[in-house]
Design a protein around this ligand. Sequence first.
Ligand SMILES: *[C@@H]1O[C@H](CO)[C@@H](O)[C@H](O)[C@H]1NC(C)=O
Ligand SMILES: *[C@@H]1O[C@H](CO)[C@@H](O)[C@H](O)[C@H]1NC(C)=O
Ligand SMILES: *[C@@H]1O[C@H](CO)[C@@H](O)[C@H](O)[C@H]1NC(C)=O
Ligand SMILES: *[C@@H]1O[C@H](CO)[C@@H](O)[C@H](O)[C@H]1NC(C)=O
Length: 522
Amino acid sequence: MSFKYTTLVLFNLTTLCNAANILGIITTASYSHQVVYINLWRELSLRGHNVTVMTTDPVKDPKLVNLTELDLHWLYKRVANISKIAERATIWNFQQEVIGLLLPSSEEVLSYSPVQELIHNKHQRSFDVVLVEFMTPEFLAFAELYKCPKIVISSLDVFTHIHRAMGNPSHPNLRPEIGSVFSRESSTFGQRVINTLHSWYLSYFHAFKNYPARKKLIEKYFNLTVSVEDLLSDVDALFVAVYPELQRAKAHGSTTVTIGDLRPKVNSYYLCYLQDLKEFLDSAKDGFIYFSLGSNVKSNELGSEIFKTIFEAIKEVPFKVLWKYEGDDLPGKPDSIKTIKWAPQQNVLAHPNIKVFVTQGGLQSLEEGIYHEVPFVVIPFFADQMQNANLMKTKGIARVVERKPSIKKEDLMGSILEVARNPKYKQAVKKLKELILDTPMTGLEKAVWWTEYVIRHKGTKHLRNLAADMPFYEYYFLDVIVFFVLLSVTVLYVFIILGKLFYKIILCRILNNTPLIRKKLE
Ligand SMILES: *[C@@H]1O[C@H](CO)[C@@H](O)[C@H](O)[C@H]1NC(C)=O
Ligand SMILES: *[C@@H]1O[C@H](CO)[C@@H](O)[C@H](O)[C@H]1NC(C)=O
Ligand SMILES: *[C@@H]1O[C@H](CO)[C@@H](O)[C@H](O)[C@H]1NC(C)=O
Ligand SMILES: *[C@@H]1O[C@H](CO)[C@@H](O)[C@H](O)[C@H]1NC(C)=O
């Protein structure tokens, strides 16, 4: 069945879509962002499209002759202190801090000479579609320049205002903002009030601070007067790397496509090339714990208190521990712990001896763990990680260890032991994986199909979400509500007037005619 479907899809694509020129722009200097898209570029180029991408992590694969990568690796210097941002992030400053990092990056990219050439040589080149990551919507101006459709792509769920621009419901309690610590699963009345305020505050921030700054970049570098709001509301497709089975099903228009994870999955075979690591993991007969806080949070840059607590806890667990630790030495490290600066994560997760994955709760780690059926202990740090942690807890696949106000050793140890020993976590991960994989098309197939669909039809105006063009007051029935309120007030008013008249005219006349009162009046 699934085989038939795949051939059908391939047939459609090869017959209806000629080789196109595709421009992809992902300037976020973060490995976890870039890896998600690499496979889309690869796949599109293998299908004969001429793909040009701006990326901070080029794959430089000589076999991909139709893929041209513009290397922006130097942008990593801009995010050198991201661990510190994680440390001081609150729901009120998270998006501002990240955007504060990305704005000067964008300016640097736009003044980079190969990019300048793309801007100024528009008469010698053409593009059939432009794909841009959601955090840097200013690059959508390339689509204006080349008069082609635009796709926004994301490695996590996007900012709420982007859903709003697409006409998708952007209710603050169904879609808490990125950086919010609350999720639908756990929100109390007080949290819903905060979520709503947070959402309003961010609407203000984007409309009056963020977008105007990006509009200036567009004016300066593209000589265009288009606003970011207009660019976003004119997007032809939005690819979000979420799974409804995991992140909950939410309503959205036809051109918002959930693509999940685009990466191919691997087994533990590759470990044969890393003898040292393989021996350590093979010898863990009672199982091992894999500890990694992802590519953004560096274990050796953690505050000393939290670092000490983590070290103390994993020293004492009765399992071997593989720790992704970026520092050089770790005094007092027992033999049961092995540190590694960079781990071939999927291969480690695929190892049969693994018991628990201790993670910061980044989406890519989460997806890899689920694929390899490894239950989690989550220590969320920032961005979407608090919400991911809540989801994982609700799905029964993880225990969450709070980092604020302070991380507790007993809490971390207890959670690791519980998840390692109680089979219910592993069973829940297995079940979730089954649900996620039971789908007619993989995320990559969907993303490729939709990209080519957008190219074939020169956009998706025929699928435009009705809600995207509806004024705010109409969408929320504000005019209708005001009408009914006024009507009720009027009717009430009329009743009161009539009541008073009734009292004055009729009641008084009756009373006036009663002998007792007449006597009194006389
Ligand atoms: C490159 O693109 C051409 C068509 O434009 C296609 O025939 C060829 O298979 C592609 N090669 C690779 C390695 O992607
Ligand atoms: C493919 O894209 C590259 C880089 O943008 C460009 O140099 C090349 O001329 C393009 N090839 C074709 C056949 O359009
Ligand atoms: C990162 O922090 C160091 C030390 O606090 C500082 O010297 C450096 O300028 C910072 N880098 C960036 C890109 O902000
Ligand atoms: C910018 O665009 C305007 C009109 O669209 C044009 O008159 C002007 O020469 C352009 N400026 C530059 C620097 O290209």
